[in-house]
Design a protein. Structure first.
Length: 355
């Protein structure tokens, strides 16, 4: 421990992102990036942004993005918050909405940033075990004393979705506390909870443009909810960084949100490849969890997951292996790549498993 560190820093266990190698020729299936490029409208909007505009600070409210999100989901602009990626939006939610005397509840197997944020902001928290089949049981959250609840839907890293009726039951029966639904992967097979916002002022829905709109490198996320919840996020933002989304990201994100045709074409292509890849992996003996995301969570009953991941890396294919928590140590998370990338993955796995 460095003697200049604060006690908060000394006690942190930071999030570990997926490997971002600087090597050409790798098939990168480890960080759930979209294998297809963003809408051409995004590139054109960024190209048209003048260098003179970069001399000026961006719109602190990211109004162009708010307008596009509100139009897309049938909301008012006052019900939308925009941040530098959904991770930043979530961070503001942890500080502004989820820190209470009673603990925050989230699954024991889920997006690992939740625990990191809880530790960073001193949020009391308890984890609720997933069912034996790694599904989220909403009823497990209803009888527990809680100050707030956060769930990823579809869950990560499992990819399993929570049905809309279960989400509505949760926000209805937990009406006195904030409920955050993190929908980073919702466009690949789930139904957004945004339609519940008008009836449930305790609900905050968080989404990102990184996955289904192929903009992981642009860093834009947003939240949707009652205007009172949005105000809390804005108060936190303006106490931290009033200009989190730059001018190029603003015009690019707005263009992406307005190109529905490109969005639908890309996500449907990913879904089709996911179906094919799941069937092929199942034929190779893998247990494949039902995924509504742009990745598959799989394990082979006769092969060690870490060994398989290392062997694939030697063959220039990256997949994600998690050492913790222990109950998922034998699973691999495999992002859905292009058809060619997934065919190469299956061919290499077939060779490895034949030995």
């Amino acid at each position: 421990m460095n003697r200049y560190w604060s006690q908060i820093v000394a006690g942190l266990h930071p999030y570990v992102p997926g490997e971002q190698p600087r090597l050409d020729g790798l098939i990168k299936l480890n960080t759930n990036e979209n294998p297809y490029g963003p809408s051409p409208r995004v590139l054109e909007a960024i190209r048209q942004a003048t260098t003179e505009a970069l001399r000026l600070y961006p719109d602190p409210s990211s109004t162009a993005i708010k307008t596009a999100v509100a139009r897309h989901h049938g909301l008012d602009e006052a019900q939308v918050f925009v941040g530098n990626g959904s991770d930043e939006v979530l961070a503001h939610a942890f500080l502004g909405l989820l820190r209470h005397e009673q603990p925050l509840l989230f699954p024991d197997v889920t997006y690992s940033f939740y625990r990191v944020y809880a530790e960073l902001y001193g949020v009391k928290h308890e984890t609720i075990p997933l069912a034996a089949d790694l599904t989220v049981r909403v009823e497990d959250y209803l009888g527990c004393p809680a100050g707030a609840v956060i769930l990823a839907n579809p869950n990560a890293p499992t990819g399993i979705r929570i049905e809309p009726a279960a989400i509505e039951r949760l926000v209805t029966e937990c009406a006195t506390i904030p409920v955050v639904i993190d929908e980073a992967y919702i466009d690949f097979g789930g139904i957004t909870a945004a339609g519940l916002i008008h009836r449930h002022p305790n609900l905050l829905v968080v989404q990102t443009l990184s996955k289904s709109r192929s903009l992981a490198g642009l860093r834009v996320g947003f939240a949707m909810g009652d205007a009172g919840l949005i105000e809390a996020l804005t108060r936190v933002k303006d106490s931290f960084n009033s200009y989190p989304v730059d001018r190029l990201a603003t015009v690019g994100a707005a263009a992406a949100l307005d190109d529905r045709e490109h969005f639908d074409a890309c996500r449907h292509r990913v879904i089709a490849t996911r179906t094919w890849l799941g069937a092929e992996l199942g034929a190779l003996g893998f247990q494949v969890l039902p995924s509504a995301a742009n990745f598959l969570f799989v394990r082979h009953p006769e092969r060690d997951a870490a060994t398989l991941a290392a062997a694939l890396r030697e063959r220039a294919i990256l997949v994600r292996h998690f050492e913790t928590p222990p109950r998922i140590k034998q699973f691999l998370r495999i992002s859905v790549g292009t058809e060619d990338q997934c065919e190469t993955l299956v061919a290499e796995l077939r060779q490895l498993l034949s030995r």
